[in-house]
Design a protein around this ligand. Structure first.
Ligand SMILES: Cc1cc2nc3c(=O)[nH]c(=O)nc-3n(C[C@H](O)[C@H](O)[C@H](O)COP(=O)(O)OP(=O)(O)OC[C@H]3O[C@@H](n4cnc5c(N)ncnc54)[C@H](O)[C@@H]3O)c2cc1C
Length: 425
């Protein structure tokens, strides 16, 4: 078994972070071997086939501010038509509607609040003043929860706006969620360009949105992609790294570890250089997200591509007929789904029936991702992409950065880890 003399690079984990890392290396002319335990690339954001229907492990939504993610999708893919850009609008039937008009930021947010249906003028005034204050203030030194941050906001504004935004952006309930990260999301979405707050809906499955294009580029540049190939452990050996792969042990000079935080400790137990990262994530807690797919008759469609839902287990319903060309297919999303009742999809359907008449369901399935994201709690210490070893890097949505666990965190960490690796060559 030869120890590599020229750079031999491995990326462990083929989620969006690992694909972003290997793709960035390929673009810089460095071939990497990408190892993914699952049968598909994409990790927690991947396409799945359910009874022959092309769906996703979870319905995802992107923001206009996701600079790294959008840049990667554009550079890797055939065109920007894979994403459907919509100006931010949150409609919770029957009574609430908030939509940002085409004005410069943050005027668009303030005008959206002023014109919101379902809030009285006092609510609008208090929400507008509150958000203006926080968009202008520096990041707070002391972190607290989103419930504490919003305690003086009217109940209606919290129930219909700030708290649903917190749950959908951080997948963490306001009583546990970090105010600092929530404010960072608000500032990034509303503090600079109007288009940063746009919602972007994928038009194709999540693996085909970026990871499979990334794989093509990796192969084109001489790298390899190994699916269904779990790395059992990584060890340091003779100044290099020994990866125990599905095809036997292999030496690498540089490794990017791009697995989810819950898988890091076991994989890297033999690497003392990662001890501080392992300690940092030891206290992470994880929260589920459930996605229920319901097929109605193909002539059923919503009046908008998505609606927020109130008073029930689901927070959103998406019309995949409009986004994915799957007529009559609705996706219900329940974030922070820790105490999901067994009949949650019945209840979610009942939430939809309060304002629409879809008829009887023709087909239904749901997917619960039990460890969808880590809980984004106050003062969470997130490890850096750089480690105590100059040739060993981390990538993943849990590494240090302004965003919570999102595609943007994953994509940006992948790009940063690849750039740091290139720097070390
Ligand atoms: C249901 C759901 C809905 C979501 N909704 C949104 C949303 O609307 N917007 C948004 O921005 N984000 C959303 N997220 C979060 C987003 O999907 C994640 O933040 C992102 O996908 C994390 O990417 P990652 O590459 O860091 O980690 P992962 O996707 O977890 O990738 C890690 C990969 O490593 C592989 N792996 C693990 N161990 C090994 C090993 N030993 N050897 C080889 N491979 C290994 C895993 O199989 C996996 O593919 C959602 C997540 C879920 C689950």
């Amino acid at each position: 078994m030869a120890v590599p003399v020229k750079p031999a690079v491995a990326v462990v984990g083929g989620g969006w972070a690992g694909c972003a890392a290997a793709f960035t290396l390929a673009e810089a002319g460095v071939a990497a071997d990408l190892f993914e335990a699952g049968r598909m690339l994409g990790g927690r954001a991947r396409g799945v086939s359910l009874d022959g229907r092309a769906l996703d492990n979870g319905q995802h939504i992107l923001l206009g501010a996701y600079a790294h993610c959008l840049d990667l999708i554009r550079r890797a893919g055939p065109g920007s038509g894979d994403l459907w850009r919509l100006p931010l609008a949150i409609e919770t039937p029957p009574g609430f509607r908030f939509a940002c008009p085409r004005l410069p930021a943050p005027l668009h947010l303030l005008a959206g609040l002023a014109g919101a249906r379902g809030l009285d003028w006092r609510d609008k005034w208090r929400a507008g003043r509150w958000v203006q204050h926080h968009l202008r203030s520096p990041q707070p030194d002391v972190d607290r929860t989103v419930a504490e941050l919003t305690f003086d906001q009217p109940d209606t504004v919290n129930r219909l706006l700030w708290h649903p935004l917190c749950i959908s952006a951080l997948n963490t309930p306001p009583r546990q969620a970090s105010a600092r990260v929530f404010l960072a999301v608000l500032r990034t979405a509303f503090g600079a360009r109007r288009t940063d707050s746009d919602l972007l809906l994928p038009r194709r499955d999540l693996t085909r949105l970026f990871p499979s294009h990334a794989a093509e580029r990796i192969l084109l540049r001489g790298g390899t992609v190994h699916l269904a190939c779990r790395i059992e452990r990584i060890e340091a050996a003779n100044g290099a790294f020994l990866l125990h792969t599905c095809e036997g042990a292999r030496h690498y000079s540089h490794v990017i570890v791009a697995v989810a935080p819950q898988h890091l400790s076991r994989l890297t137990a033999g690497l003392p250089e990662l001890e501080s990262a392992r300690n940092a994530i030891a206290d992470f807690r994880y929260l589920p997200i459930a996605t229920g797919y319901v097929q109605y008759t193909s002539d059923f469609q919503l009046d908008a591509p998505l609606y927020a839902l109130d008073d029930g287990p689901a927070q959103f319903v998406f019309d995949r007929g409009q986004s994915h060309g799957q007529p009559g297919m609705m996706a219900f999303v329940a974030s922070t789904a820790t105490r999901l009742p067994a009949d949650w999809l019945d209840q979610a359907e009942a939430q939809l029936r309060r304002f629409a008449a879809p008829g009887a369901a023709r087909w239904r399935r749901h997917i619960v991702e039990k460890q969808a994201t880590y809980a984004c709690e106050p003062d969470l210490a997130r490890p850096s992409i750089r480690t105590a070893h100059p040739c060993l890097f981390l990538a993943g949505d849990y590494t240090d950065g302004p965003y919570p666990a999102t595609l943007e965190s994953a994509a940006s960490s992948g790009v940063q880890s690849a750039l740091a690796l290139l720097d070390s060559l």
